[in-house]
Design a protein around this ligand. Structure first.
Ligand SMILES: Cc1cc2nc3c(=O)[nH]c(=O)nc-3n(C[C@H](O)[C@H](O)[C@H](O)COP(=O)(O)OP(=O)(O)OC[C@H]3O[C@@H](n4cnc5c(N)ncnc54)[C@H](O)[C@@H]3O)c2cc1C
Length: 501
């Protein structure tokens, strides 16, 4: 890798990073976009199913739905930014610039209905909206702008001095060098790799959040990890059954064949995600399994891609789809303002790695692509005005790239077990304390290696261990159950967990 200079360095090529890169390029900046992905599938954006919410003609109701889903914890100013900019930004960037053709129904857009939305307002392309946005957006930025895209290139560490960020150290093929930038925009996505069952790609190791926290940036709301209630787990992998399927009328049934959601919430299957996820987990424990009954809806014609996916994974959807909750989204992250500015000078964060205030303790379905798109535009534009300066790069430049082959894999396994057993859908004070002790030990082991070695998998493990600790600290400090954070009293001191051995 060569040492480089650029006006704006964007790290991550999901919807948020692409949006920021496009906006900075439009503002006349020289932009470098680094992504550790080798294929588009290594971003959550590619996997999004249901779609992207648009404001339509009732902004007040959209705002209210976001606030309600968050149990009143979302920040109104941030929600206003999202709602006021939704329609204009989707039209400008996705429809008119990138040329995405959302599904229509003869009268205009075919707005989808999803849980906790008072009106149909979701733009979609089949039930595979993510890839239909991501691939054309990537192609547009690569072919139609002056943005330099570096694939298979990971940011390892921010270059910072006295409260200001000067770029990041980038790694490719076992070589690394600093890229100095007038402004650095982190768009590294979520943290699904910290959990054994997640809808996210394996590469979602929380790198941006860890790098920012290590550099001293403020990180907030980390206890609010959202679990999606309806993921299908098979031997060949985990995949999501979109909320839109319940929006169409699919029913959740327990192991006794009974519909149970009306007993948990007046909106039944369309209750907020945290309510449905906890209900599914409770019924699974009580009756052995939970299935999604799609017999009363036109599943195959309405959701052809999902029907195909079920078949590919050997799931007979006609008799019903076995489901269980899975980690899905992080509501918290790097604390930013309405332009994506973090608490360190020249550092921005957008998309899932950021905490804008839009989601509070719980996210409304189909607002995450929108948040990444809107904040990406605002941050990219703002970041474009900064001059690049260089400083002494960090000392990791002298280290050895070799790492024992199984080191990261074994430690990751332990970390995921802790997150699953102690920092999942329900947390107890004792469990969180024990999780912190194990995670601190694990981070100590990783730090001992990092002093002398530099490899991408070691840095991903370090990110995961830092972010796990941030989640466990935030969860332990918050004794109020709200949104995705559910704290219950310790029933009894749990037996020693496999994660502690
Ligand atoms: C299965 C699934 C379905 C979903 N459905 C919906 C939906 O219907 N509607 C909705 O609004 N949201 C949905 N979401 C959530 C939404 O897709 C994500 O929150 C959103 O796409 C995040 O976008 P992002 O750009 O922040 O991150 P991502 O799309 O995850 O992109 C992160 C990028 O950062 C790169 N990266 C990470 N670390 C580094 C590093 N150290 N160096 C360089 N590059 C790095 C990755 O390679 C990737 O390119 C869904 C998510 C999943 C997983």
């Amino acid at each position: 890798m060569e040492r480089q200079e650029t006006d704006v360095l964007v790290v991550g090529a999901g919807i948020a990073g692409l949006s920021a890169a496009l906006a900075a390029d439009r503002a006349g900046a020289d932009v470098t976009l680094a992504t550790k992905a080798k294929r588009p599938e290594e971003a959550s954006t590619w996997w999004a199913q249901g779609g992207i919410a648009i404001t339509r003609d009732d902004p007040e109701q959209f705002k209210q739905d976001i606030l309600d889903a968050s149990a009143g914890t979302a920040e109104e100013d941030a929600v206003d930014v999202l709602v006021e900019n939704a329609t204009g930004t989707i039209r400008d960037v996705l429809v008119e610039t990138v040329g995405i053709e959302f599904d229509t129904n003869g009268e205009g857009f075919d707005y989808g209905q999803e849980a906790a939305h008072e009106q149909p307002r979701i733009l979609h392309v089949n039930a595979e909206t993510g890839k239909h946005i991501h691939v054309p957006f990537l192609n547009y930025v690569a072919d139609e702008t002056d943005v330099t895209i570096l694939e298979d290139t990971a940011a390892l560490e921010l270059v910072r001095h006295e409260g200001r960020v000067y770029g990041a150290v980038l790694e490719r093929d076992g070589e690394w060098a600093p890229t100095f930038a007038g402004a650095t925009v982190l768009a590294t996505g979520g943290v699904g790799a910290l959990y054994p069952r997640s809808t996210n790609p394996d590469s979602a190791t929380g790198d941006g959040i860890a790098m920012a926290a290590l550099a001293g940036a403020d990180v907030e709301d980390m206890e609010y990890v959202q679990f999606h209630p309806t993921a299908c787990h098979t031997d060949s992998g985990t995949f999501l059954i979109s909320e839109a399927v319940r929006g169409e009328g699919a029913i959740l049934r327990n192991g006794d064949g009974e519909r149970f959601m009306p007993e948990y919430h007046e909106d039944a299957e369309l209750a907020p995600r945290d309510v449905v996820a906890r209900a599914v987990e409770t019924e699974r424990e009580a009756t052995g399994e939970v299935v999604l009954d799609v017999s009363e809806i036109e599943f195959e014609s309405e959701f052809p891609d999902l029907a195909k996916k079920c078949e590919e994974h050997g799931v007979d959807w006609q008799s019903s789809i076995p489901i269980a909750p899975a980690q899905h989204f992080l509501c918290g992250g790097i604390d930013v303002d309405d332009r994506g500015r973090a608490s360190l000078d020249r550092l921005y964060a957008v998309g899932e790695c950021s905490r804008t205030g839009v989601h509070g303790a719980n996210r409304l379905a189909s607002t995450s692509l929108l948040e990444g798109l809107v904040w990406g535009q605002r941050a990219g534009e703002d970041a474009a005005g900064n001059e690049v300066e260089t400083i002494e790069p960090p000392e990791l430049l002298e280290r050895d790239p070799e790492l024992p082959a199984t080191f990261a894999r074994d430690k990751f396994r332990r970390l995921r077990r802790v997150m699953d057993e102690m920092i999942g859908i329900e947390r107890t004070p004792a469990g969180l304390k024990r999780a912190q002790a194990i995670l601190r030990r694990l981070k100590g082991e990783v730090d001992a290696y990092i002093r002398t070695r530099t490899s991408r998998s070691l840095y991903e493990l370090r990110s995961a261990s830092i972010v796990s600790l941030l989640i466990s600290h935030a969860a332990a400090e918050n004794d109020q159950s709200v949104g995705c954070h559910c704290i219950v009293e310790d029933e009894k001191e749990p037996a020693e967990s496999a994660a502690e051995q």
